[in-house]
Design a protein around this ligand. Structure first.
Ligand code: B12
Ligand code: SF4
Ligand code: SF4
Length: 344
């Protein structure tokens, strides 16, 4: 099938839009583009309806902050009063698995948790792009607010309307060439870009791999995720003392996040194969012995500059204990410690 070439220079862009895209490409963003809020309002209302239906069903699980920010998500000018357009960027992260695939050996983390905190990294890079363009065109008096999972903005909706990918059945934004292992950054701008929505067609076709292979059956329908059942939400967002005990909601050996609905996606295979042996270190320890011996203070130091910092020590311990129980070896925590001490 012939996929769209999003790298091609787009004709007919306004000078500001073209300058932003060029600066973003120079900064290492794999795709970028913007859309005017007023020109998108009709199609965006469909996205807000979807958000409302999602909230009504309670699919936000324990994330009450999504409900509280509903009106801001529905209207970006409530986040940045002068917002006229939204400029979005994609920054890839390593496609190599993070942690141990063999449950006897240790735990798994989501890939996006490798390295320092992406909220800050992506925002800093995006701020540099905007500063560069603002300094080159001072008459514009460009002002902006950057959002990387930090404000009540429907980032996937805006990146989709800006033409950076389609929203897959796993609910992730998929770029035809780069797949879904990437972060989205968005900047609300006080200038129009003269750009109407430019959404990409959905290339999922008849594939249903993500829906069928989600271990906890977290997709009640294609493109709708029930966070009450999602391992990512259970390990990262759910703050309760214990994780659900039903076997069908087992978090397996995932201690922070889950990548299964991305691992099975054909659009991620190319990068996964080519980056399988990349030299990017794991960042977080994954072997049982190190993790079982880690103190609360050690944990705080290790996660200090990582996006994992939002997972509190008690929450991580809870996830780790569940992972140990779930590990196929069926070896108890003490036996694991004992065995590793003996093998030293
Ligand atoms: C809350 C949240 C979660 C929750 C809920 C996820 C969910 N699917 O809603 C949990 C904790 C489960 C989660 C998990 C993950 N997340 Co998260 N999460 C967010 C957050 C903060 C808000 C998402 C949200 O508003 N959800 C509410 C629902 C209703 O919105 P939605 O799924 O985005 O769907 C909207 C649109 O996509 C659109 N839409 C969807 N389908 C269709 C179809 C049609 C026809 C139309 C018109 C519209 C439409 O309408 C919806 C409502 O507007 C965003 C950051 C942000 N501020 O946007 C990051 C974000 C979505 N997460 C991200 C990541 C990386 C992840 C994980 C991969 C992390 C991991 N490995 O564990 C997993 C992926 C799980 C999955 N399959 O989604 C990235 C996604 C990047 C990408 N390529 O899409 C984001 C954008 C953060 C970032 N800045 O990079 N996440
Ligand atoms: S992140 Fe894991 S648990 Fe959540 S929907 Fe995807 S496969 Fe299912
Ligand atoms: S696994 Fe298949 S259905 Fe799911 S997002 Fe990828 S292409 Fe779409």
């Amino acid at each position: 099938m012939a996929l769209p070439n999003t790298d091609a220079a787009k004709p007919g862009l306004s000078p500001l839009h073209a300058a932003l895209r060029e600066a973003a490409a120079r900064s290492g963003f794999i795709a970028s583009g913007g859309v005017d809020i007023s020109l998108a309002s009709a199609v965006f209302s469909e996205h807000v309806d979807r958000l409302d239906r999602w909230l009504e069903k309670g699919y936000h699980g324990t994330m009450e902050w999504i409900r509280r920010g509903r009106d801001r998500r529905a209207d970006p000018t409530q986040v940045f009063q002068d917002a006229q357009s939204i400029f979005c960027v994609l920054l890839p992260y390593s496609a190599k698995p993070h942690g141990r695939l063999d449950p006897n050996e240790g735990v798994r983390y989501a890939r996006y948790l490798k390295g320092s905190d992406y909220h800050e990294d992506v925002a800093a890079k995006l701020n540099r792009v905007l500063t560069e363009v603002a300094e080159a065109q001072p008459d514009l008096k460009l002002q902006w607010k950057t959002c990387v999972d930090t404000s009540a903005v429907l980032e996937r909706s805006w990146a989709y309307l800006a033409g950076l990918g389609w929203i897959g059945k796993n609910t992730l934004l998929i770029h035809p060439k780069w797949g879904s292992y990437h972060f989205i950054g968005a900047a609300l701008l006080n200038h129009a870009l003269d750009q109407a929505p430019n959404p990409m067609p959905n290339w999922c076709g008849s594939c249903e791999r993500c829906l069928k292979q989600c271990p906890t059956n977290a997709f009640p329908q294609a493109g709708i995720l029930d966070s009450n059942r999602c391992i990512s939400a259970l390990t990262l967002e759910n703050r309760s003392e214990t994780l659900p005990t039903q076997p069908e909601l087992s978090t397996g050996t995932w201690v922070a996040g889950c990548d299964i609905c991305q691992e099975v996606c054909p659009f991620n295979l190319k990068r996964s194969r080519s980056e399988m042996n990349d030299s990017i270190p794991d960042f977080h320890p994954s072997d049982w012995k190190t993790l079982m011996e880690e103190t609360e203070a050690d944990y705080r130091v290790r996660v200090k500059n990582s996006a994992l910092a939002r997972v509190k020590p008690q929450q991580f311990k809870r996830n780790l204990e569940a992972a140990a129980r779930n590990s196929q070896s069926q070896v108890s925590i003490e036996e694991k410690n004992h065995a590793s001490v003996k093998s030293e």
